[in-house]
Design a binder for this molecule. Structure first.
Ligand SMILES: [Zn+2]
Ligand SMILES: [Zn+2]
Length: 166
């Protein structure tokens, strides 16, 4: 299995810039809503430090929610999943349950076939489009070898070009 280790910085780059902008706008909008509209109407106003704290935490939570929806939208696309269905699910299923279901059920990241470029599940042994061997092994010692290797790194056997050429 060659599931790429999730790197939080790399994953965050999936989120489109306009979703980041939307998250900032949502944060700012909520501050205005709470400090200008909601808090002044309280019959027994909270201390200022509490109001700032509550506004900040609620704003961050909502902004994070927006970013996560943007992430799911792009992540579902590259995994070959139903983008519209999953985006709506994570937006409308309450209490973040949509996100939990998404992260439990999402498909493994697909990898491009080195020969024809078709997207293939990493569990596949052969490309479904061109029959390219996605997990070549050394014919002598049977260790898995990398596509493009000329010699087996385990036993120095010269690898047949047909099996590992790009
Ligand atoms: Zn292929
Ligand atoms: Zn070998």
């Amino acid at each position: 299995m060659s599931e790429v280790k999730p790197n939080i910085t790399e994953e965050a780059k999936l989120i489109p810039w306009w979703v980041v902008g939307l998250a900032i706008a949502v944060f700012a909008g909520l501050q205005v809503l709470m400090h200008v509209v909601m808090f002044p109407r309280e019959p027994h106003p909270l201390p200022l430090a509490w109001r700032i704290f509550i506004g900040f935490v609620a704003g961050m939570a909502l902004a994070f929610y927006v970013l996560l929806v943007g992430y799911v939208n792009r992540d579902a696309k590259r995994r070959g999943m139903n983008v519209t269905l999953w985006t709506l699910l994570v937006i409308f299923v309450p209490n973040a349950i949509g996100f939990i279901i998404y992260f439990l059920l999402r498909q493994p990241l697909r990898i491009p076939c080195p020969k024809c470029g078709a997207m293939a599940d990493p569990a596949f042994n052969f490309c479904p489009k061109c029959k390219f061997n996605l997990h070549p092994a050394c014919p002598q010692c049977h260790h898995p070898v990398q596509v493009g290797d000329t010699y087996c790194p385990y036993c120095a056997m010269a690898l047949p070009a047909a099996a590992t050429s790009r």
